[in-house]
Design a protein around this ligand. Structure first.
Ligand code: HEM
Length: 570
């Protein structure tokens, strides 16, 4: 295949696309070179962050001064207007809690330094329970509230764990990118919740094992490879959206989030196995993955945040371990799901000799020693891709449709962009002509915002001048970050054009994560997302009830509580 232009105008630098290990670790190598030459990497207020719109000029100047002194602990104070109470709680460089050497000045600072530093400030919480109940009751609002009150690095007391919330993009860059090898991505709880008793899929692999797998899988999800499966994705999306004709012009609302789930699952299955699946078959997968996801998030949250809270009572998360019939149901569902994937792989091996779908690409993947994945690993990886790519993309689309329906001006602009294509079939080749749709997708994901992403410190560390002992769960809230007025102008407004006009900080917008563990399916998500939007806009007008507002639904991916849409043909 000749050279393919990057059809998706992804800013590689902004998004840190790791196509191969060299690119994956390019910046780390650069930093290592700088360290060898005695040049100090800069982790104070980065130019990118300083350049963000949203702060008043005076604040930005203060922020820049703070950056020159390289005092990340000061950054939160300089940048942000704070209440008197909050400023009392936050450390300053004259505060005895602050270190007398710049903790961010040298990235290779000795871990033992952590033991000499203060713990971050934070709420005390209830004896034995910490703040687990409050956190469990308000998964979205609670963490940003803590950041507003206590600053960019906050101790979050939960039973039996040390948890720290970080909220500044520079600190998030440290943990997800610069120091990523000092943090676990998938602790045992996550592996157990997602793939109980199975060989790991990439999302829960660690260390060398993860590097080895990502090295061979990453090229399979590159622009070039996906161009090869884009026809499968495009046809599934177009068929799925065309199938909505049965709901159009009836005057009756349809739960569009569920229908988007079917369209995306169909696109994933077709791109993985080439086959066309019936609506019933797709629905079975949707249900099974949905059930598995529900148990997984329940298991994860109860094991990490609510560990020690009897049955998770009083929170919105139902108990994980009891009653026992739930566990049996979970096991049966999971076994059934694995069985279905087994059958599809077996059929594929038998009948699809020259297929160029995702499964064929994964089966052809070879490690340095010439071996490939085992059957069980392929099953985990294929299931992992379906799982990781399904409700994430469907929910991001649901947010986009809902927010477009509520915002007539962006909606008209989106219609105009699609209509300018002239009415023919819309596929992969048309994507570069749809930049506004991509911005709508991004802007919706900004507001959608996952409530939490986490890493676990492998060794003692220092963040923002505070001690992070080994074993600490370091969390950040994309939801909070994406609405932080320091980094976003008018953050509550749905304004897709900001992605065309504003400078968006690399670590201020992280729906796909960041650093080497960033989403491997990002290109596929954009292909599916933009194609689905274009196909929907080309065919339908959509309306939500006048009182409808987007409400977050907590799950592995953040959905909407409901998206009742009335469709009419265009
Ligand atoms: C809008 C859609 C999507 C969103 C918002 C999303 C988001 C994410 C996030 C936040 C992570 C974890 C990053 C971290 O832990 O820091 C992730 C990882 C991952 N995603 Fe996605 N994702 C999407 C679509 C997809 C699709 C379509 C696929 C596959 C076809 C996919 C495959 C993966 C995989 C394999 C990983 C694990 C990567 C690793 O650990 O190395 N995702 N995604």
């Amino acid at each position: 295949m000749g050279h393919l232009p990057d059809v998706l105008p992804i800013d590689r630098d902004r998004l840190h696309l790791p196509d191969d290990p060299a690119v994956l670790h390019r910046d780390q190598q650069r930093r290592a070179r700088m360290a060898r030459l005695g040049i100090r990497p800069h982790f104070g207020v980065s130019r990118r962050t300083r350049g963000l719109r949203g702060g008043a000029p005076a604040e930005r100047r203060a922020s820049a001064r703070a950056g020159r002194r390289c005092t990340a602990a000061v950054v939160g104070i300089a940048d942000r207007g704070m209440s008197a109470a909050a400023s009392r709680k936050r450390p300053t460089m004259t505060n005895s809690a602050a270190p007398d050497v710049c903790p961010m000045s040298n990235h290779s600072e000795r871990p033992s330094m952590a033991t000499q530093l203060a713990s971050p400030p934070g709420p005390k919480g209830l004896p034995g329970l910490g703040v687990a109940l409050k956190f469990g009751r308000d998964m979205y609002g609670y963490l940003p509230g803590l950041a507003r009150e206590y600053g960019d690095v906050v101790s979050v007391p939960v039973p039996g764990r040390t948890m720290v919330l970080i909220s500044h993009p520079d600190h998030i860059e440290e943990v997800l990118f610069a120091k990523n090898d000092r943090y676990w991505h998938a602790p045992a709880e996550m592996r157990e919740a997602l793939l109980p008793g199975q060989p790991p899929a990439i999302v829960v692999r660690e260390g060398e094992d993860w590097k080895r797998a990502r090295r061979v899988l990453n090229p399979r999800f590159s622009e070039r490879s996906l161009a090869g499966v884009s026809e499968l994705i495009g046809s599934a999306v177009s068929d799925g959206v065309e199938d909505w004709r049965r709901f159009a012009d009836t005057g009756k609302p349809v739960e569009l989030q569920d229908e988007l789930g079917i369209v995306i699952m169909s696109a994933l299955l077709r791109s993985m196995f080439t086959r066309r699946f019936s609506r019933e078959h797709i629905l079975t997968f949707v249900k099974q993955f949905g059930t598995h996801g529900e148990y997984a998030i329940r298991g994860l949250f109860t094991r990490i945040v609510l560990a020690g809270v009897p049955f998770g009572l009083g929170t919105k998360i139902p108990p994980h371990e009891v009653p026992w019939p739930h566990l049996a149901k979970r096991k049966a569902n999971f076994a059934d799901l694995l069985g279905q994937i087994d059958t599809l792989i077996a059929e594929h091996r038998e009948h699809s000799g020259d297929a160029s779908d995702l499964l064929a690409l994964m089966l052809a993947a070879r490690f340095d020693d010439g071996t490939g994945f085992t059957h069980e690993e392929i099953r985990s990886e294929a299931g992992g891709v379906l799982f990781a790519g399904f409700d994430t993309t469907a929910y991001a689309l649901a947010w986009t449709i809902g927010l477009l329906a509520k915002n007539p001006e962006p909606l008209q602009k989106a219609y105009a962009e699609v209509d300018a294509l002239g009415g023919g079939p819309i596929g992969y080749e048309q994507i570069p002509q749809l930049p506004y749709l991509r911005h709508c997708f991004d802007e919706a994901q900004r507001l959608q915002g996952a409530p939490i992403n986490a890493r676990v410190a492998k060794e003692d560390d220092v963040i923002g001048g505070y001690a992070i002992p080994a074993g600490t769960i370091v969390i950040h809230s994309p939801y909070g970050l994406h609405r932080d007025p320091r980094f976003w102008t008018d953050p509550d407004r749905f304004h897709p054009d900001r992605f065309a006009t504003d400078h968006i900080g690399k670590y201020a917008f992280i729906p796909f994560g960041a650093g080497p563990r960033r989403c491997m399916g990002i290109r596929m998500a954009y292909i599916e997302g933009v194609l689905a939007l274009a196909n929907i806009l080309q065919r339908y007008q959509f309306h939500v009830p006048p009182t409808w507002q987007p409400e977050h639904r907590f799950a592995l991916a953040t959905g909407l509580k409901s998206l009742p849409v009335t469709l009419s043909s265009r």
